[in-house]
Design a protein around this ligand. Structure first.
Ligand SMILES: NC(=O)c1ccc[n+]([C@@H]2O[C@H](COP(=O)([O-])OP(=O)(O)OC[C@H]3O[C@@H](n4cnc5c(N)ncnc54)[C@H](OP(=O)(O)O)[C@@H]3O)[C@@H](O)[C@H]2O)c1
Length: 271
């Protein structure tokens, strides 16, 4: 095995990526499968997850995908999903808490129920699924090669941009904080906990603004690096955090945003 292969290898590892039939979850799952991991994909639409798994298996990577239904919006859903995972494996090296929902509406009419709906999936589901799967992660974890958790935060959880998605931005700030508290909680069990804080990527959630090339270019022009995110931006960060290369990183909120988190409009002394 080459130096690079050994340092960044995830070959033979078992992963669960929630919400990976589409968008960012699919980008992370693709990277893991291409690099030799066995990846379970679960979201509410089980048939879509099965179809995505078939498509990812057809790419010819060294790993394998398996898709099935799982809903993280309720306690029963989380327990059922954890049960499905336990049926398929007795240890889990990687958990990517990617499932997420949003709600956008003006401040004046933002509905009461859009808080519970968003927080249930993005925060409560993430915490409880993690807790249910910690025993499996612990079984895969070692001092030299910890088990890995990656949570999906957002640049909107770091910067005060609401864009009408009030409960969403608050949920992502909560994900960042929970990531840090879980990182310290789980360190002694040899499980790392980090978060991605992406800027704009094409997905079902952002289709309203990024679907066409023209839309993507317009949104990308606002990003310091001049483009929206690409699938390998997610795949590369996933392989880093899930391989030996990332085994000493925990509690990090990794900006994957082309510089948006350091963007500002301030001017001090120079014009
Ligand atoms: N795209 C971006 O620009 C961006 C930026 C920052 C952060 N993020 C975060 O990245 C993550 C992925 O989002 P995305 O942008 O890729 O959007 P997406 O394509 O809409 O993906 C979200 C996924 O979550 C799944 N999901 C929703 N509710 C669920 C539930 N109750 N149980 C299980 N799965 C559920 C959906 O599948 P089902 O409908 O089948 O359940 C869907 O596949 C989210 O956490 C999002 O907040 C995205």
């Amino acid at each position: 095995m080459s130096y690079l292969d050994e340092l960044f290898s995830v070959a033979g590892k078992t992963a669960l990526v929630t919400g990976a039939a589409t968008g960012i979850g699919r980008m992370a799952a693709t990277g893991l499968i291409q690099a030799g991991a066995n990846v379970m994909i679960a979201s509410r639409k089980g048939a879509e997850c099965e179809k995505t798994a078939e498509e990812l298996n057809a790419l010819g990577g060294a790993g394998k995908a398996e898709g099935f239904a799982g809903d993280v919006s309720s306690e029963e859903g989380v327990l059922a999903l954890a049960g499905e995972v336990k049926k398929r494996t007795d240890k889990l090296h990687i958990l990517i808490n990617n499932a997420g929902v949003s709600w956008g509406e003006p401040f004046e009419t933002f509905p009461y129920h859009a808080w519970a709906r968003v927080l249930n999936v993005n925060v409560t589901g993430l915490f409880h699924l993690t807790r249910e799967l910690v025993p499996l992660l612990e079984k895969a974890a070692s001092h030299e090669d910890p088990a890995r958790i990656i949570n999906l935060g957002s640049v909107m959880g770091t910067q005060p941009i609401a864009d009408g998605a009030y409960s969403y931005t608050a949920s992502k700030a909560a994900v960042h904080h929970l990531t840090r508290t879980l990182a310290i909680e789980l360190a002694e069990r040899r499980i790392t906990v980090n978060a991605f804080a992406p800027g704009p990527f094409q997905s079902r959630m952002t289709a309203f603004a990024t679907k066409t090339d023209e839309q993507a270019a317009r949104i990308g022009s606002r990003v310091p690096m001049g483009r929206i995110g690409a699938p390998d931006d997610i795949a590369g960060a996933t392989l880093y955090l899930c391989s030996r290369a990332g085994s000493y990183v925990t509690g990090a909120i990794l900006p994957l945003d082309g510089g948006q988190s350091v963007q500002h409009g301030m001017k001090l002394f120079k014009d």
